[in-house]
Write a protein that binds this ligand. Structure first.
Ligand SMILES: Cc1cc2nc3c(=O)[nH]c(=O)nc-3n(C[C@H](O)[C@H](O)[C@H](O)COP(=O)(O)OP(=O)(O)OC[C@H]3O[C@@H](n4cnc5c(N)ncnc54)[C@H](O)[C@@H]3O)c2cc1C
Length: 393
């Protein structure tokens, strides 16, 4: 049997791969099983200097994703002897990755795309794992898709269950058991589950807490810090656009259309009378420095280098917004957030290039193993790495 701890992008993939190869699998997930549209109730964010985002529920943080599907860290992984070309292609096929058709690109996104092109900036449509035939374009992807049009790890978990995998929800693994240098199971409080193959996929903010007591070295945290800048654009109804329908790569940043409710609140504070549909805005996301740490407390701030890159990206986003018709006097910037915590149990530090630790039978398969900040959506890479590892377990 195999025990998989956590059921997000990494854990669900390993569980599905092992179950489809005929292995008995037990998934242990600390959060509950939920309907897709309730995902926003299960955010378990951490208020460091940069707010770190994740969810605790079956399917993990994939339950709130924007459906963005870029390959990232290909070169960095090759440097570790990992070639994911075939796993990427397979993942894209399974998730149905494609650009959204023009009729699902909202008016606000279209205006931002036109403004970028006017400025000579090479904007592109974002590949998505969203089924265009089911998408209801209500802009609530990061709250939980109301029509299940976007792929989530729930799909892989259901496939794993179809192949006999067992799922326990509402139990947090508290420690990993080791006997004579080999893994022997996990503990959830007073309950113990025994097995000689254990895969930790509890996300980059929890996985190092399970590894460190075993003497496994861990590594610093990055999170792809982002800022959202925007201002008033009456009646644009951008709150209902599919988020991040396009992207522009600029000097270690991605600049993307992105609605943030916080901007509306900030504009209200400054005396602007705006409704939810009167704001046009963009996200600037960077590959940040790995200056954070996960210990008793979790720390993540902004270095001077991060601040410079963010400022450059925000200047580009401001120029696009102004060109699209937003009055720059109304510009506001929402507080910094980190949607892709990772790097805390890296390949080359905590695990080898099959994702195995120095303890026999103990693997890690989540965003913790990423070798550096992707500055881009990591789900395709986490899934592809988890497939690569599962086939070698
Ligand atoms: C709002 C938002 C939008 C995003 N959009 C995109 C996007 O469009 N495209 C993209 O590629 N990426 C996106 N991401 C990032 C992506 O969702 C994450 O990087 C990815 O899901 C991380 O996968 P993971 O397996 O490392 O962790 P997770 O998916 O977070 O899974 C970890 C799981 O482990 C469980 N767990 C934690 N501790 C324990 C324990 N002790 N015992 C048992 N279970 C435990 C958790 O409950 C969780 O289910 C987004 C993130 C956010 C916050």
């Amino acid at each position: 049997m195999a025990i998989v701890v956590g059921s997000g992008a990494g854990g669900a993939t390993v569980a599905r791969e092992l179950a489809s190869a005929g292995h008995p699998v037990l998934i242990i997930e600390r959060g509950p099983e939920i309907p897709d549209q309730d995902a926003h109730r299960h955010y378990a964010n951490v208020n460091a200097e940069v707010k770190l985002m994740r969810t605790f529920c079956l399917g993990g943080t994939t339950m709130v994703s924007g459906g963005n599907a870029l390959r990232c860290l290909e070169q960095e992984l090759r440097a570790h002897g990992i070639d994911l070309s075939s796993e990427f292609a397979e993942t894209e096929r399974e998730l149905g990755v494609q650009e959204l058709p023009d009729d699902l690109i909202g008016e606000g996104t279209r205006r931002l795309m036109d403004a970028s092109l006017d400025l000579g900036l090479p904007v592109r449509k974002m590949p998505k794992f969203i089924d265009p035939d089911r998408c209801c374009t209500d802009g609530r992807c990061s709250l939980g898709c109301p029509v299940s049009a976007r792929w989530t790890a729930g799909e892989y978990i259901r496939e794993a269950q179809g192949n006999g995998a067992r799922v326990i929800t509402g139990q947090a693994v508290s420690s990993v058991c080791v006997r004579h240098g080999e893994v022997s199971g996990v503990r959830c409080g007073t309950s113990e589950y025994s097995d000689d193959l254990v895969v930790i996929a509890a996300g980059a903010l929890e996985t190092p807490r399970l590894l460190r007591p075993l003497g496994i070295p861990t590594s610093p945290l990055f999170c792809d810090t982002f800022a959202t800048i925007g201002g008033v654009y009456p009646d644009i109804a951008f709150d209902r656009d599919v988020p991040m329908g396009t992207y522009l790569a600029h000097d270690r940043c991605l600049v993307m259309p992105h609605y943030s409710r916080q901007l509306g609140a900030l504009l209200h504070e400054r005396g602007e009378t705006v409704g939810e549909g009167d704001v046009l805005s963009m996200m600037v996301k960077i590959a940040d420095q790995d200056s954070g740490s996960v210990g008793e407390t979790i720390e993540k701030g902004v270095t001077a280098a991060d601040a410079r890159i963010l400022a450059g990206g925000v200047a580009v986003a401001g120029a696009i917004l102004q060109r699209a018709g937003v009055d720059p006097k109304t510009f506001r910037t929402a507080p910094l957030r980190g949607p892709h915590p990772g790097g805390t149990a890296r390949i080359g530090v905590s695990v080898d290039n099959t994702l195995m630790t120095g303890i026999g039978g103990l693997y890690v398969a989540d965003a913790s193993v990423l070798p550096s900040a992707p500055g881009a959506p990591p789900i395709l890479t986490i899934i592809s790495l988890a497939k690569h590892a599962a086939r070698r377990m």
